[in-house]
Structures are given as C-alpha cells and as structure tokens.
Design a binder for this molecule. Structure first.
Ligand code: DGY
Length: 322
C-alpha cells in the first residue's frame, strides 16, 4: 500500500502527478488557506506533508497527528516549523536550499534598485496622469553603483547579493552575520565584516537576508533605524517579523531614512496599514523566489524529499536529525 501524504497548498500539476505515482495523495489544488483545526483534520493518517511557509507545524499539530513522519517545506525558510518540537517527536523536516539562491539574490537587487531609484513611486505618478514636464529633481533617487551596500545575514542569498554588488556595481560591501565568513569567501564576495552598529551607520543600502528566529525578531526597530543615514534605503527579502513595520512606517513618513523595499511583512498577507500610505516604500507580495524555473525546482525538491524519505529512506535536504 502506498503511504498517504497531504499536499497542503496548490502545486504544479506535474509535481502532483509525480507525488501520485508514489503516494496516496490528498491535495489542496483549490489552494484554500486552512485553519489549524482543518490542517490537523486533514493530516490524520498521513505519513508526510508537502507544506509551504503558510502551514504552522507546532507541538499542538504534532501531538494531534501521531502518524506524521515528515514535513517537506517548499521554501528555504522554515520558521513555520517548530523544529525543536518536530525533533522531539521524531518528525523530519526538510526545506529547499540552493535551488532558489541566485533567483532570490536577483530579486533582492531588483528591489534595491527599484527602491533607490524610486521606480514604483514614479510609475504611480505617471499612471495617475501627473507627468506634465521634465524637471531637474523629479524622482531623484540615490546612487547604487559605487555606494556602500550593507548586508545583514550572510548565508547563500546574502553572498549572492554581495557578489552582485561588489562585482556588478562596484559597491563597497560590508556585512554582519552571526559568524564571520572565511577569508576566501569574503574575498569571493568582495565583502568586509563589520559590527551590526557599523553596518547600520555606514550602509547606503541595507539588505536583510537573515533567518527569522526569536533572536532576530524586530532586529530592525526604531533604535536601529535611528542609527541609519537619513539617505539610506532598507530592503527586506527575509521574513517580516525581522522588521518592526510600525516603526519603519513612521521612520519613512518622517524621512528618517529615504526609502524601503519590502517583500515580506509581519503577519503577511496582511500589511501594516501605515506602510500602504507612505509613498517612499516599494511593496511586493513575497515573490523573491518567484520565477517559473525556480518555483518548479523548489516544488521538485520538496517532492523529492518526500519520495526520498518515505519511499527510499533518505531525504535530500534534512533540517533535523532523523
Ligand atoms: C523561502 O523559500 O523561504 C521563500 O521565502 C518562499 O517562502
């Protein structure tokens, strides 16, 4: 008999078909956002789950679903998993590292450029029919090439952004991370290690690429923003809870920093209402890894983790010990 799995969100039909070859699949192709009780109900009798960042797998879910052996996240981030609770219950967690690194770094740079060069703000102006003449200071933004790029969190995606900045745009790249990179990696990224305070003080453009943990909750709040240059921009492609969105909206309104580019939000898909009314912020709906090729690769890897573990006994990218 095939093991039973739950595919908790809509996926590519090809991914579903592949999973159906190996498993008895309950799928959510209508992409309904289930409540926790609905998720628990559907996980009954399932050995595995194909999840995304939207499904919270915590001690309560695990206690209610004793047959669950593996949750395969279609995301590199896994803050929707209580990893300690999963490990304690012997439930394996997997994510999708590597396959989205370059695509996400591309998007980080796109958001940086759009923010620094005021692309969406100026497009709104044009679409509103307000453009009636060329003007010397119209939508004058801040320089990207040759400026100082600060990166908070220097994992694979941070390194991808550093390389783009250093080698593509001639930027001075500084970073802060829990641990310092090896001298070889620092050279390859063209990046220098600094304290968090120096990073905040020196960056012209600050990009957040760190994981969301209890320690990184509101790593950027009013006090940190106060250290930044009034001309600086802030880009968040990591997780929403890393930035205090209310403090950021106020700082943007008061022009204590120049602009922000945000792909992730505290409590998303809800967005802090104050962020929706300030002009100097570029807002995108958590799409940093969203190219067709990369989303296919992420889905494929999540599916291969389910097959690898539940059929062949070996997951590809485990996050906790089996
Ligand atoms: C990731 O992979 O973590 C992206 O943010 C998509 O959830």
């Amino acid at each position: 008999m095939k093991p039973s799995i739950l595919v908790a969100r809509a996926v590519f039909p090809e991914t579903l078909a592949k999973l159906q070859q190996h498993f008895d699949v309950q799928a959510n192709q209508d992409d309904v956002l289930w409540t926790k009780p609905q998720l628990i109900e559907r996980l009954q009798g399932k050995a595995g789950a194909f999840t995304t960042g939207s499904e919270r797998i915590d001690a309560e879910v695990l206690a209610a679903c004793p047959g669950l052996k593996l949750c395969a996240n279609m995301a590199v981030g896994f803050n929707n998993f209580d990893l300690a609770a999963m490990t304690a219950r012997g439930v394996l967690a997997t994510n999708t590292p590597d396959v989205l690194t370059e695509t996400t770094a591309d998007f980080g740079f796109a958001l940086l450029m759009a923010t620094a060069r005021r692309i969406t703000e100026s497009e709104h102006f044009l679409r509103a029919g307000k453009w009636d003449r060329w003007r010397f200071d119209m939508f004058a933004g801040s320089e990207v090439h040759g400026s100082t790029l600060g990166i908070l969190g220097m994992g694979r995606i941070g390194q991808g952004i550093a390389k783009r900045g250093a080698h593509g745009f001639g930027m001075k790249v500084i970073y802060h991370n829990r641990s310092r990179l090896s001298p070889e990696l620092e050279r390859a990224c063209g990046a220098a290690y600094v304290s968090k305070e120096d990073l905040l003080r020196q960056a012209d453009h600050l990009v957040l690429v760190l994981p969301y943990t209890p320690q990184s909750h509101h790593a950027i709040g009013a006090a940190e923003i106060a250290l930044m240059k009034p001309t600086a921009t802030l880009v968040n492609i990591a997780r929403g809870g890393i930035v205090d969105d209310a403090a950021l909206a106020q700082a943007l309104r008061e022009r204590r920093i120049a602009a922000a580019g945000l792909d992730v939000f505290e409590g998303e898909p809800k967005v802090h209402p104050d962020l929706l009314t300030v002009p100097n912020v570029v807002l995108t709906p958590h799409i940093a890894s969203a190219t067709v090729q990369t989303r296919r690769a992420m889905a494929e890897l999540a599916a291969d983790n389910l097959i690898g573990f539940l059929v062949n006994g070996k997951p590809l990218t485990p996050l906790n010990p089996e």
